[in-house]
Design a protein. Sequence first.
Length: 521
Amino acid sequence: MLKKIKAVLQNHRGIALPVVLILFIPISILAYSALSLTSSQTNFNYRYQAGIDALHYAEAGIHHYLWALNKNKDFPDLDQEVAFEQGKYRIKVLEQGNGYVKIASTGWTDREPEIKKTITAVLGQRTFTRYSYFSVDDPSNIRWTSNDIVYGPYHTNGHLVIDGNPTFYGRVTYSGRIHFYNGVWRGGSEDPDFNGPYPVNGSSPRFMQGIRWAVPLEVPPSNSELKIRAQNGGYYYEGRTSIRLNPDGTVTVRYFKKIDNYTYEDVTETLPLPPNGVIYVNSNPNIPGGNESHGKFDKRMGNAFVSGTLRGKLTIAAANDIYITGYDPTDYNFNSARNKPTGAGSGGNGGVIYAATTFAPVYENGTLTGYKAEGDDMLGLVANNNIWILCKGWFDNPNPRLTDLQANVTPKYINVYGAVFALDGSFGLEKYYPNPSDGRYWPTGSYNNKDYKYETIYQRGALIQKTRGIVGQDISSWFSSSWLGYRSKNYAYDDRMTYEAPPHFIEPSNRGWEIISWEEN
């Protein structure tokens, strides 16, 4: 038996080495693959982290440049390597204009200098016209609801009041808190980046370019700066003044011209646009024939009545109110003025429009997201108090009876093109009845075959006001459906105002630089 076993072992002598080799080779391959995978994964992690760090250093470059702008300092290291932490960045200025600069910041790490990240940013000075809507305060009874769509940036110095599912296509900022009506509060300076999750208290707003808390913009106490400019290179008037904008680039102005200390003459002149682009209307208690009972039509009041078609750039300011009219305000006889509607634009006759500037709709995936302006016309309206759409009375009928619907001068459709700024008041439809408790802010229905159901306001530009005003009001009840004022608002931002403004337009007292847009390349 031992001999047989020995013989078998002798017959298999030398087989161990091939077996070992056969087993060793795949094990070695697997071990090498594992080591290679580990090395590749480690290298990938290094490169991935290097990319994150490079982006961080590029961001640091943007913020360093922004800091220099706000300190009114020249950036000393343009197009040079700047050391930051464990890496570097380089800043290049791509484009520069009035009130804005476009820069590219490229960052990289010291360990992986070949891995670079670049951010392109547009920095701009904070201006009121940078917002499609700006308000100092939003009352809780005026809310953003499911029917509201905002095209362009929005800011309120107060609380953002949400009641439903509004859509904001521009960036939204606020300086108070987000009030989800009724009684739920979010965001604020202690939670500046709050943006959901939604719904909150039944509301699911859509902020297509984000929302964030921001430092409030400081509103100047008055438009007196424009008064000085009008007196030095512009047109300056005192007392009630009517201004018709003409499509040939002129303005027709009806005002009270001072002849001597006791005499003022009713004058109508057609003039080119003022050299510095500013018209100012001031009050004058010495103009004879003033009558307090005439209210807004009192000859002594610093009220401007404006309508027409603008060619060029112009800012109109008033010490008191500005009234946008549907008819030629230089014609004081309404029976003839009503046959001369002005500002025939998007939706019909009336208001103020542009002669050579158009607004083309912009669609994304079949959805309207805003408008693109093409042209050079630009209007600014700046009132110390309110900017109204004229509703009641005319120059030859300044104080009509409350029930006199014939005195209603509001067009069914009206156009408001320009940057509208009511410093200490609101933009809205003038109240027809002085006592809102009677439930009748504006006339409605028909009278003598005239339709008083207002349809749409077409606004293109920027809307800036102390308090959000009302242009229409749903007074429906369980028993009936009723609406007063304009039924719909077709508001859109003039995207040119991101970088431009009407001549010498009012600026924030705390004007500084901020990031307008930001894109990783």
